[in-house]
Design a protein. Structure first.
Length: 429
């Protein structure tokens, strides 16, 4: 039979279907023997009845398929791969070829081309674990974490602080030189301003999220710890803080960092970005909007608007309490603040006030959630004020010298005897 070739698979199908047609086997038994579905076995049976053995054979290709990639296009793809996209993964390279060069290929087609040219080595398959299902709505749970990496070639490692919604996959992130409490609070503030109040946040057990101390042989630690600044701020906003016990529990944001380490670094290299200030602008103005347009899912939203009576800048700040000194001053980080009268209160002596350090370094002082006006005193001015206060006290306070004279009947005035001699201790003048 010209144009046909026979394999062992076709021979086995012929034997089984011959028995089916002769009534020796049922279609169900034949599907189990051939390893096919019941419906596919029926199709083969129909073709066998109509065309006989030829209905089971494969026709040799007489002409190339319509969607074959030409050799010219392959050479162009290989040249782009070697010059521009040599460090891109397959998916990223597929997207860039479509966006920048008008070459629309599937992921698998490009992968096979690169494997044939020895420009890609397939990885061995690893065991796939079942992922936790997404939240049904956005705003129910947001994961937060940081990744230290050399995001710009030739520059030092910086931290990418990111938040990703577990429901729709929306992402917000910023570059920071260190993973500090302030850096995380700035990202939280920006995220809430963009989307609104969420229900719960999922983080690790870093010191800025949770206070963890362990006792030892020679010292004891209180079982109850004060809340961290982030815990306190989230509690004021009504957001529950949940701590993960392992990196695998935060798999969604861990995979996001892997994606960013693949794509973001290459995109910044193509843009010629050399410093982190420019990288932050590119991240927030171009890369994140593209990512959220491409990968954010369409689900119902559970975010709530921020109430008007809540000052988010004040809530997401670093707060400490101070007791007002007798001269109506407080000290915070080496600075002396002189409190001024406000709301009918002339002095705050011996009262506890709250010092709020905002993200931009400004300081607010609150008493019963109301702002207190203040002036900052230099150490020289404060020393001069104390000296002037002492001088004024010396000038206006009179010192009365008392003469302690014993009473008339005091025993000290009485005479006493020793033997036949009488002594008088006090001579009345």
């Amino acid at each position: 039979m010209k144009g046909y070739y026979v394999t062992e698979v076709e021979m086995r199908r012929y034997e089984v279907l011959h028995n089916v047609v002769n009534g020796i086997l049922t279609v169900k038994s034949a599907s189990e023997l051939l390893g096919l579905s019941y419906r596919q076995t029926l199709r083969l049976k129909e073709r066998f009845v109509l065309y006989g053995c030829e209905g089971l054979l494969r026709r040799t290709p007489s002409k190339p398929p319509h969607r074959t990639v030409s050799q010219e296009l392959k050479d162009r793809i290989i040249a782009l791969r070697k010059t521009l996209y040599y460090d891109f993964n397959i998916l990223h390279c597929t997207d860039k070829l479509s966006e920048c060069h008008g070459i629309n290929l599937s992921h698998e087609t490009l992968r096979q081309i690169l494997i044939t040219e020895n420009l890609h080595t397939p990885k061995t398959k690893r065991k796939v674990y079942r992922r936790r299902r997404r939240m049904p709505q956005s705003g129910l749970l947001v994961q937060m974490d940081s990744s230290e990496h050399r995001w710009i070639e030739g520059e030092e490692k910086w931290w990418l602080v990111a938040m990703i919604d577990d429901g729709d996959g929306y992402v917000y992130a910023e570059f920071h030189p260190k993973e500090t409490r302030r850096a995380n609070m700035e990202v939280i503030q920006a995220y809430i301003r963009t989307r609104g109040l969420l229900m719960a946040m999922y983080t690790d057990k870093a010191s800025h999220f949770k206070t963890t101390r362990h006792g030892g042989l020679h010292y004891t630690v209180s079982l109850e710890h004060e809340d961290t600044q982030i815990q306190r701020a989230l509690a004021e906003l009504g957001i529950e803080l949940i701590h993960a016990h392992s990196p695998q529990a935060k798999g969604r944001i861990e995979r996001l960092f892997r994606f960013f380490q693949y794509r973001l670094i290459k995109e910044m290299r193509l843009k010629g970005i050399k410093d982190y200030e420019t990288a932050n602008r590119f991240l927030t103005e171009e890369f994140l909007p593209w990512y959220n347009r491409t990968y954010t899912l369409s689900v119902a939203s559970h975010y709530k608007e921020l109430p008007e009576d809540i000052d988010l800048e004040e809530v997401v700040s670093i707060k400490h309490t101070r007791k007002v000194n007798k001269d109506n001053t407080i000290r915070y980080k080496g600075t002396i603040y002189q409190l001024l009268p406000v709301n009918g209160i002339r002095s705050f002596v011996n009262l506890w006030v709250e010092v709020c350090e905002l993200a931009d370094g400004r300081v607010r002082i609150l008493y019963e959630k109301k702002n207190i006006a203040y002036t900052i005193l230099t150490h020289e001015a404060y020393r001069f004020m104390k000296e002037e206060e002492i001088v004024n006290q010396r000038e206006y306070v009179s010192v009365i010298k008392r003469k302690n004279r014993p009473a008339e009947d005091h025993p000290w005035r009485r005479s006493w005897k020793r033997g036949n001699v009488t002594f008088q201790t006090w001579n009345k003048m």
